[in-house]
Design a protein around this ligand. Structure first.
Ligand code: CAO
Length: 536
């Protein structure tokens, strides 16, 4: 006797009426447990619903565009096929973070929570553990935080339960698949959360923007991770792209609004053009819709044809910062406002203070003074000391300032905490220590975290103006170049030579307007011209 098993939408957090954007199977298909069945897209996330068990698709109850919520029936599996091929009991009892959610309750038991796909990172240190044994956690609650060289990733709970054992401690190095902890799950709490699994995958991908070692993909081609992270595609398609070694950033989507679907990846992997999908007729190219970046392929040139060449692999730091800089440049609408500050008096004061501090061993450059001036200015203009979180601005009541440090391996940004509470010599001393650690490759992750604003100084080198790239999730960055003597007149008749510091403030136009940026620069310059203004 054949009876059908309904496959329903699992717990997808608070989302309701979420459109079905892709159906991966058709009637008659045999699927394995965890194969993706459909993709749902809320305004915040794309979620795949995987098969809760192996089976044969008997009927499909939804079509693309239908809106569904938790419990909506998506399709039916053939009961006979399903009972003939039940999910492996061990797998069902031990879902992992990287495993997709199940539409049916997993049996009560102990679930091992593992590190999900975190790109190409391995041996990533655990920097924070948010739970302890005995804690009750809900699906999506953060469990631990991992820190790669430049990004922090939280691993959320894939399902609700009670923490039974924790397998990691602070400082332990973990990779994809490492067991983090065990959760005791009751039958009522055992349905893994789609949102949690998706959050892990999306966060890791977006935050880490990990560098792709050349040849890491199946095709041997290098993957532009920043473009991969920005590509408009669901988790299953991303997974498929990873498996096939396809650089998603290069794939043209034929789904609605240019979304990349499985066929696009398969076609790209085969080297062919994507086959037209049912929606392709109405879908304009991504760039035309403003939903993506439709660029020409990177020029491939045999440079050796023109003269002798050498090939040098980028350092790990350079690869990581390249991916982060690329993302920040592409995602943030940057504008740079230039100004200049009269630092004649401040520089005299600096020289005088250096004489007085000679025996202490601390030497003051202009940068620690700029840090104090920046804090005074940030306090007047709090939206510059903030981060964008969806439609809200998170204003920070602390002033941790990063400074760009040039190191043999590439650019690093150490962070000096609580600059408002420190003296100029304290800041100079700490800056010297952090810059040395950076140059020696010994900076710890927490010494690069928590920054609210960054100063990038090329003053010791040269130049007049440049466009610094904002260090996301910050919203502005101050670039300064070498001070120079300039004849200055306030009335057009009399003039004097003044030591002038060129300023270049880059700001996120989603958060900051041009007038505010100009006022910020004016205030910053006024404080540098007369440091007594920090008292006001
Ligand atoms: N105008 C004129 N002289 C300046 C100056 C300025 N704006 N800023 C610094 N100087 C002088 C210093 O006083 C020092 O002079 P002395 O040797 O005579 O004492 C000299 O230049 C070297 O200073 P410094 O660079 O060692 O010290 P700093 O505190 O200014 O900067 C640090 C420290 C770590 C920020 C710097 O060494 C560095 O790495 N800068 C590069 C940052 C960078 O790469 N930014 C670009 C990021 S975008 O790719």
């Amino acid at each position: 006797m054949s009876n059908a098993i309904d496959i329903q939408v699992p717990d997808i957090g608070e989302f309701t009426d979420v459109p079905v954007i892709e159906i991966f199977v058709k009637v008659g298909d045999s699927v394995k447990a965890e194969d993706p069945l459909v993709s749902l897209e809320s305004d915040k996330a794309t979620m795949d619903v995987p098969a809760p068990r192996a089976g044969k698709v008997k009927s499909i109850a939804v079509k693309v565009g239908d809106k569904v919520s938790e419990g909506s029936v998506l399709m039916a599996f053939d009961g006979e096929g399903a009972s003939a091929a039940p999910p492996a009991p061990a797998e069902a009892a031990k879902p992992s973070v990287s495993a997709p959610p199940s539409a049916v309750s997993a049996p009560a038991g102990v679930a091992e929570v593992r590190v999900p796909d975190i790109g190409d990172f391995t041996d990533v240190p655990v920097i924070e553990i948010f739970v302890k044994v005995g804690d009750t956690v809900k699906a999506e609650d953060p469990l631990i935080s991992l820190e790669s060289d430049k990004a922090t990733m939280d691993v959320p709970a894939p399902l609700s339960g009670v923490v039974q054992a924790i397998n990691v401690k602070l400082g332990d190095k973990v990779s994809e698949g490492s067991v983090i902890l065990s959760l005791a799950t009751g039958s009522a709490t055992a349905a893994p959360s789609a949102a949690a699994a998706v959050a892990a995958a999306v966060d890791a991908g977006a935050a880490a923007a990990p560098p792709a070692p050349v040849g890491a993909s199946g095709t041997g081609a290098s993957v532009d991770e920043a473009a991969f992270a920005l590509a408009y595609a669901g988790p299953a398609v991303r997974k498929l792209a990873r498996e096939r070694g396809v650089d998603l950033g290069k794939v043209k989507g034929t789904g609605d609004h240019g979304r990349i679907v499985r066929d696009d990846v398969e076609a790209f992997a085969k080297g062919g053009a994507p086959s037209p999908s049912p929606s392709a007729g109405k879908a304009a190219p991504a760039a035309a819709l403003g939903g993506g970046i439709d660029l020409l392929p990177w020029p491939k040139v045999d440079f050796a044809k023109f003269g002798p060449v050498e090939r040098k692999e980028l350092s790990r730091i350079k690869k990581i910062s390249a991916a982060n800089l690329h993302r920040n440049w592409v995602v943030i609408p940057h504008v740079t406002t230039h100004d200049e500050a009269d630092i004649t008096d401040l520089d005299q004061f600096r020289v005088q203070m250096n004489k007085e501090l000679e025996k202490s061993g601390v030497k003051l450059s202009m940068l620690p003074f700029m840090m104090k001036a920046a804090v005074a200015t940030l306090k007047k203009f709090p939206e510059f000391n903030a981060s964008l979180d969806g439609d809200s601005l998170v204003l920070k009541n602390y002033w941790h300032l990063g400074f760009a440090a040039d190191t043999p391996n590439g650019l690093m940004v150490p962070v000096i905490r609580d600059v408002d509470k420190k003296t100029v010599p304290d800041i100079a001393k700490e800056m010297g220590e952090l810059a040395k650690l950076a140059r020696d490759g010994k900076l710890k992750p927490d010494q690069m975290q928590g920054g609210t604003f960054t100063i990038s100084s090329l003053g010791g080198i040269g130049g007049i103006y440049f466009t610094p790239i904002i260090n996301a999730p910050e919203v502005s960055i101050m670039g300064v170049c070498k001070s120079y003597w300039k004849q200055h007149s306030t009335d057009g008749k009399n003039s004097a030579w003044r030591l002038t510091l060129p300023l270049s403030l880059s700001w996120d136009h989603r958060v900051i307007d041009g007038a505010a940026a100009a006022r910020f620069n004016v205030h910053f310059a006024n404080v540098l011209a007369d440091l007594r203004r920090v008292l006001f």
